[in-house]
Design a protein around this ligand. Structure first.
Ligand code: DX5
Ligand code: ZN
Length: 220
């Protein structure tokens, strides 16, 4: 069985205070910090790039789970590796050369993740499952925090989990978007073990106890 991991999304934090926000995340004992990179092209929103991640690295020993929502993310593999990213997850919809890009991520020393949007079928992942460390199933359309969880995406989590078993592979299954203390249980039941949460966590003053509510929901 894969270990459950909570990944607070820094997209929902205070951008003017990344160092203290990272310290708050560290206090919660979350396994990852999820870092959303958006280019204003693949998704409408713009966030930040590798230089900001490199600055964050100086303030944190947390596992940096970088989710790139950018066109042709292969252009940034070297800069994210140098910035200190631990996991680099890229969209099948974002490049014509997804297999090669994932190989390059692994060769650069990072863990490689692949992600699909709600409109993309699981079939697109099949040729990639043997080479990835993590599969991310988006449970909202990417670009913004605070959106409603798309229940239908859970069928894809189930399908990927079944394929993992059939093919005797070993990768984490992550969900991202609209995850809270209600939706997290169905994600876990479907087969996910890495749970990204942004607005649900950061809307609370006490991040430690809010993360705890997710852990409790996972144990129900
Ligand atoms: C959305 C991002 C998410 C976002 C999730 O495009 O990939 O990581 O931070 O935010 P919530 O948890 O608020 O849906
Ligand atoms: Zn994300």
């Amino acid at each position: 069985m894969s270990v459950n991991k909570i990944a607070p999304s820094i997209l929902a934090a205070d951008y003017a205070n990344f160092a203290s926000e990272l310290a708050r995340i560290e206090e919660t004992n979350a396994e990852y910090v999820h870092i959303d990179i958006m280019d204003g092209q693949f998704v409408p929103n713009i966030s930040f790039g590798a230089d900001v991640v490199a600055s964050m690295r100086k303030h944190s020993k947390l596992v940096f789970d970088c989710h790139l929502m950018v066109v042709n993310p292969e252009r940034y593999i070297t800069s994210f590796a140098q910035a200190g990213a631990d996991i680099m997850t890229i969209h099948v919809e974002s490049t014509n050369h997804i297999h090669g890009a994932l190989q390059k991520i692994k060769a650069s020393g990072m863990k490689a993740g692949v992600v699909i949007n709600p409109g993309t079928p699981v079939e697109a992942l099949k040729p990639l499952l043997a080479i990835v460390d993590q599969v991310l199933i988006m449970t909202v359309n990417p670009g913004f925090g605070g959106q409603a969880f798309i229940e239908d995406c859970l069928d894809k989590v189930k399908a990927v989990s079944k394929l993992r078993e059939e093919l005797m592979l070993d990768f984490d299954i992550e969900v991202d978007g609209g995850v809270d203390n209600q939706t997290i249980s169905s994600c876990k039941k479907a087969g996910a073990n890495v749970f990204v949460a942004g607005s649900y966590l950061f809307k609370a003053k006490d991040l430690v106890s809010q993360v705890q509510t997710l852990r409790e929901a996972l144990n129900d």
